[in-house]
Design a binder for this molecule. Structure first.
Ligand code: CA
Length: 475
């Protein structure tokens, strides 16, 4: 009896909040902008808001103080699969994108998929991708063929090289370090990644020391040019994937070596973007998100166990900050399960765009979490896939089970050795509430939980096998 008014009040609050979001979506002139900053190989413990006390990240500290931190925000163990999740709102296994694509790869994100950028295009947004794409470097898979109006960046990781056969060099391509088109066509070198604009290579090899700076300038310019219309800025940085680099202004300045310099330059970049939004009075109209594609490679995934390339939390649980003055309560922390697969449906909800109806999506819209850090869970389950597309583990609520044998999602990804060293092939059960560092395997003590989660995992992966969609492929 006493609970009834409280429940009624909370229902009203939820209705009012959702009305606020719907109102934002219904007035075309007030459609919110979205800036999505996606670091590479940056771990949970690498920035101040998530516990790093060694590196200076004042702009990220402020972003968190003015926004919401997510402490159970999931990506995947490595690069391409993470971007596949982000771009489509689906587990990478559902859309057949393996862990990492390489310069000889003939596959990419299927142009038939609906990307985040295409969701924004439904509502007339200006869209750009500035940075590392890594969802296929062949022409049909590039950003400007997948809903982005423009693209400036490297097509895959910065430790890769050029596709000597298919690269399309711009007429005024800048060849550096004695490189020529002839040399580029003849063979390959390590760490000589091309820099592209649109569909063409404009610099080869890319000067990596100035990438963060140039991406930031380009991003600021985009915001200035598009300030009068709704825009989506996707900024997937090259840093802090190896080879590490920082501009002269930051080199040698941090207390964490070149890695720290690169992190601090990323932080500077966040500051430049936020101050531009402030100057243009766009802060209250702009949702800014900062997160990373996978766990730490060079830096720290503390306090979680493991790093990049594993499905322990340190490989996949990312720092994530969302800031939107007036919409997201400042200085808050959301502990609920969320992840980059949830961003596409969330953006669609915020801007009043339609989700594709002819296919299964795995992500869920999380606007209830953005509005209220105490909101209940949106999805209680998360699946952990390997780079080969097999299901390694499942989380349901506080329980996380590593499966005795990874379950095939039917991707037929190129066979590579599973990461046996870091992920032993046996059932391991962890209670993430009591034991967030995954240090005590309680599978033997909780056979009923092992059975329940194994069954759920088998059902969920069977659904992915049944409703799996192919990657795009060229000859
Ligand atoms: Ca990465």
């Amino acid at each position: 009896m006493i609970l009834l008014p409280l429940r009624t009040a909370s229902v009203i609050a939820v209705v009012l909040l959702s009305l606020a979001y719907d109102a934002a979506a219904s007035a075309a002139d007030r459609l919110p902008n979205v800036v999505l900053i996606f670091a590479d190989d940056l771990g949970y413990g690498d920035i101040g808001p998530f516990g790093n006390s060694k590196l200076k990240t004042p702009h990220l500290d402020r972003l968190a103080a003015e926004g919401m931190k997510f402490t159970s925000f999931y990506a995947t163990p490595v690069c391409s699969m993470s971007r596949a999740c982000l771009m489509t709102g689906c587990y990478n296994a559902r859309i057949s994108i393996p862990g990492v694509l390489f310069p000889p790869s003939k596959i990419g994100l299927n142009p038939e998929e609906t990307t985040i950028a295409e969701i924004f295009k439904q509502r007339g947004y200006a869209t750009t991708c500035i940075g590392k794409w890594h969802l296929g470097h062949r022409e049909p898979f590039l950003p400007t063929k997948q809903g982005f109006d423009s693209y400036f960046g490297i097509p895959y990781s910065n430790d890769m090289t050029i596709d000597p056969v298919n690269a399309r060099f711009a007429k005024d391509c800048v060849f550096r370090e004695g490189m020529t088109e002839e040399k580029a066509r003849a063979g390959t070198l390590k760490n000589t990644v091309p820099l592209m604009r649109g569909l063409e290579v404009v610099e080869y090899p890319a000067d990596q020391s100035t990438l963060t700076e140039r991406y930031t300038k380009e991003a600021v310019q985009f915001i200035r040019e598009k300030k009068g219309e709704p825009f989506f800025l996707y900024l997937p940085h090259a840093m802090v994937h190896v080879p590490l680099a920082a501009s002269e202004k930051f080199r040698g300045k941090s207390s964490g070596g070149l890695f720290g310099d690169a992190v601090e330059e990323l932080d500077w970049s966040v500051g430049e973007i936020v101050s531009t939004l402030k100057e243009l009075k766009l802060e209250e109209q702009t949702l800014v998100i900062f997160t990373s594609d996978n766990g730490a490679a060079t830096g720290s995934s503390a306090p979680w166990r493991g790093k990049k390339a594993t499905n322990f939390e340190g490989g996949v649980r990312e720092p994530c900050i969302m800031r939107w003055p007036g919409k997201i309560p400042p200085g808050t922390t959301c502990p609920q399960i969320a992840g980059n697969i949830d961003l596409l449906p969330t953006f669609a909800k915020l801007i009043g765009a339609e989700l594709p109806k002819d296919r299964v999506l795995d992500g869920r819209e999380i606007t209830s979490l953005l509005a209220d850090p105490k909101a209940g869970p949106v999805r209680d389950t998360h699946l952990y896939f390997t780079a080969q597309g097999t299901l390694a583990a499942i989380r349901r609520g506080e329980w996380k089970l590593f499966l005795a044998e990874p379950l095939s999602a039917g991707m037929n990804a190129p066979p590579k050795k599973e990461n046996k060293k870091q992920e032993p092939m046996k059932a391991m059960l962890y209670n993430l509430a009591d034991d967030p560092a995954e240090s005590r395997d309680v599978a033997a003590e909780k056979p009923e939980v092992v059975e329940r989660l194994s069954k759920a995992a088998a059902e969920l992966v069977a659904d992915i096998r049944e409703h799996r969609r192919p990657a795009g492929k060229v000859e």
